[in-house]
Write a protein that binds this ligand. Structure first.
Ligand code: BGC
Length: 777
């Protein structure tokens, strides 16, 4: 009897339990509000926090950046995210698994931006979005798109340009490509994350105008044109407030003014107070910490974190989840089309290379015997370090391989000498073997010093010299002035090789395998050709060979000015250009914390950085103040020549339609970039840059003699400057010059238009707390 009773009770419990389960709603795009009602406060506090990074080999996606909290009984799956701009950052190998998971190591962002080709950006984004999906993830933490305020920023290779229009539009197309695969994109680091030194505690002090016109503008364009599903805030503060705790940035500007509807996530472990981040509209904090969970739960229960805020943030997370591949249970293949993506990398990588000088040396006839100088020439750099680079490429096509396949002969005695030298340098620098994963770039091998006799022998035995100069950088440290300048041994190599080869009537080409500009003015006259190859991914050796041999006619243009010397740019005065003792994350964190605990006086350019140059960043400074540069913004040569005809501007209401006919007048087929700068009339109230990039377009491949008419459209609003007094974007009435350029310093055609005034009011937020000594014209 007793047994029977127990059975009846047990059956009743089971029944109640199962009926309560079946009564629970399961997440659907249309029932998010209902789900919110049944979620417990604990579940809400869990889902706004990430579940740690993908460390270890037993996690689902080793090597990735994070995931979200699953609530299976409500049908809420985890979704998975990974870096980076340059390709999906995922470990290639897993324990007890014979399959490999290589991803395409695409070109650095600076290379992509140098194409000035929106369709190229779309294609690369699409490839990365596809690999993310086919490897089972949902969300790629790219593009990074901070403005290149200074040539030494360690993450410049991850960013696009010193100009916000170029940055914003390349980012927008890259985002569209990613999201065309149903994968979420993420613009980062919002905003003004322009230095790595003390990045977690640095306060960027910026005028409202520079903030609006430069540091936010690219993000605004990317948001409005590209419609990213997510935005990542940054580590730094702006005008005294951490970006992840500032609702003026994320709610007022991003959502209310720009109409962003997606999810905001913090940068990894950014911010002090999880509650403040939640309140500011950072919907999710990654990678999530237990102390944050305890804080949120306590504050959600005692009302310091209002339930309306928590619900708002959770709702935005659920809205992202229902769009994800994981939610759709997408049957991923683990077999993306790596072959096609590699071919895209080769083609677009070559199109992003910038020909800086060509005194009758390029393209080189195949079959020539080439002497390769410089350690980097035998150890080519495909990308940056840190989380902005891919984990481990399948391979990198070396320069030697690329040139050989293109039909060149590499001079063997020199190759053998470098092979031995590099091996002995590695032993000297890393007696215990190379580190498996370096957040910081590896130490640099010293260049070989050669005798005049040896150089002469090399010159006699070869047709041409190719010298490679390399620089690597990445997350967590800025470059120093030493790295901007050439090292003595490099300068000596350029000087001696040039002298010897020229004496033999032979030519010298320099390849710049760099992450960001270096000094070129002191030595550029010594050599015959300079090709800035940047770091263009796994196919770099082939891409370089394509340009060197003429299989690809270079059409890249600089997205950043090559200044003559460090110190020339207006921002150089306020940049940590020589901080050698803060080259790793640990010292950086200690430094930041000591300051925040008021243990010492705040230090300029480390604890805070005054953006005194204001709006005069890059060409906006050099042009407006008549300063000479080595190679201007927008500069890049071709093997052919172009003529610009029939420049025309037609006004239709508030829209100006600018057209120009571009004709290939040379002997090689080629593409050309049309750069549209606009010069505003002198204004009584604001000092303005002499001209600003407002649009650009790239031709298709034009055969010799062929023309294409390029058309660009500009709105009155696009010509506005930010007026702080009125808290408004204002376009002054007057005569504007529309300048068709081939670089910031080369105007090819111009036309005038009378423009009516326009005003767009915005919120008066994010004011500097200290007086800045702003540069005026
Ligand atoms: C970087 C982000 C990156 C995140 C996750 C941070 O250190 O600043 O760009 O997305 O880590 O890996």
């Amino acid at each position: 009897m007793k047994r029977k009773l127990i059975l009846i009770i047990a059956m009743a419990v089971c029944y109640c339990h199962s009926s309560s389960i079946s009564a629970q709603p399961r997440l659907q795009p249309e029932n998010i509000d209902e789900i919110l009602k049944v979620m417990t406060v604990e579940e809400k506090c869990h889902i706004v926090l990430g579940c740690g990074m993908g460390y270890g080999t037993e996690v689902k996606f080793p090597g990735t950046a994070g995931s979200t909290y699953a609530i299976p009984h409500l049908g809420i799956p985890s979704i998975y995210c990974a870096d980076s701009n340059q390709g999906l950052r995922l470990s290639a190998h897993r324990d007890y698994d014979s399959h490999d998971y290589f991803c395409t190591d695409y070109m650095t962002s600076i290379t992509l931006a140098s194409t000035w080709d929106k369709q190229a950006a779309y294609l690369v984004g699409k490839g990365i979005g596809n690999e993310t999906r086919e490897y089972g993830l949902d969300w790629i933490l790219a593009p990074s798109m901070n403005l290149m305020r200074n040539a030494l920023c360690g993450r410049n290779h991850e960013y696009y340009s010193e100009d916000p229009y170029l940055s914003g539009t390349i980012a927008a197309y890259y985002i569209s490509g990613i999201q065309s695969e149903g994968t979420a994109a993420c613009i980062k680091h919002f905003a003004a994350n322009n230095q790595e030194t003390n990045r977690n505690a640095n306060d960027s002090r910026i005028s409202q105008r520079a903030l609006r016109e430069l540091y936010l503008r690219g993000f605004e364009l990317a948001t409005k044109i590209g419609n990213p599903w997510t935005v990542m805030t940054a580590y730094n503060s702006i005008n005294g407030k951490p970006t992840c705790e500032d609702s003026s940035l994320t709610e007022t500007i991003l959502r209310n003014e720009w109409g962003f509807k997606g999810l905001v996530v913090s940068d990894w472990n950014a911010g002090k107070s999880a509650t403040a981040s939640m309140m500011a509209g950072n919907d999710m904090l990654q990678p999530g910490q237990d102390r944050q969970y305890q804080e949120l739960l306590t504050n959600a229960k005692n009302g310091k974190l209002p339930m309306t805020i928590l619900n708002r943030n959770v709702k935005r997370i659920l809205q992202l989840i229902v769009k994800s591949h994981s939610f759709a249970n997408y049957p991923y293949s683990n077999e993306p089309d790596l072959k096609q993506h590699s071919a895209d990398d080769r083609k677009i990588g070559a199109e992003g290379m910038v020909l800086l000088k060509n005194k009758d040396v390029l393209p080189l006839l195949t079959g020539k015997k080439v002497a390769l100088y410089g350690c980097t020439g035998y150890d080519i750099i495909s990308g940056g370090t840190g989380f902005g680079g891919t984990m481990q490429g399948r391979y990198t096509v070396s320069l030697v391989e690329g040139l050989r396949k293109a039909g060149f002969t590499i001079y063997k005695p020199l190759l053998d000498q470098y092979k031995m030298h590099i091996a002995s340098e590695q032993k000297r620098l890393y007696p215990n073997g190379l580190p498996p994963f370096a957040l910081r770039p590896l130490n640099r091998a010293e260049e070989i010093e050669m005798t005049d006799k040896q150089l002469q022998e090399n010159a006699i035995n070869t047709d041409v010299a190719i010298i490679t100069i390399g620089r690597k950088s990445g997350e967590a440290a800025d470059r120093t002035q030493d790295e901007f300048n050439l090292y003595n041994k490099e300068l000596k190599m350029i000087r001696q090789v040039s002298e010897t080869y020229h004496k033999e009537g032979k030519k010298v080409i320099v390849l710049l395998n760099i992450c960001s500009p270096i000094e070129t003015s002191s030595w550029k006259s010594l050599v015959d050709g300079i090709l800035c190859t940047w770091q263009s991914g796994e196919q770099i050796g082939n891409s370089i060979a394509d340009v060197v041999s003429g299989a690809v006619n270079p059409s890249g243009k600089l997205p950043i000015t090559f200044q003559n010397a460090y110190g020339d740019a207006a921002s150089d005065k306020n940049f940590p250009s020589d901080v050698k003792d803060m080259k790793d994350l640990a010292t950086m964190y200690m430094w930041g914390e000591a300051n925040q605990n008021n243990k010492r006086e705040p230090k300029a350019n480390i604890d805070y950085t005054n953006y005194d140059e204001d709006i005069y960043v890059g060409y906006r400074y050099f042009d407006s103040f008549n300063k000479e540069v080595s190679f201007p913004f927008g500069f890049g040569l071709s093997y052919t020549t172009f003529a610009y005809n029939k420049a025309k501007v037609i006004q239709r209401g508030n829209v100006y339609n600018i057209s120009i006919e571009v004709k290939n007048t040379g002997k090689y087929a080629g593409r050309n970039v049309v750069e549209l700068f606009v010069a505003a009339p002198k204004s009584k109230s604001l000092n303005k840059p002499i001209k600003e990039l407002r649009d650009y377009a790239k031709t298709r491949l034009l055969q010799p003699g062929e023309s294409e008419t390029m058309t660009m459209n500009i709105n009155t609003d696009d010509l506005a400057s930010f007026n702080e007094k009125a808290s408004a974007w204002k376009t002054d009435a007057g005569t504007y010059q529309f300048l068709i350029c081939s670089s910031a310093q080369d105007v090819e055609a111009r036309c005038l238009a009378t423009v009516k005034s326009s005003v767009r009011k915005v919120n008066n937020v994010m004011k500097p707390l200290v007086k800045l000594h702003l540069l005026h014209r």
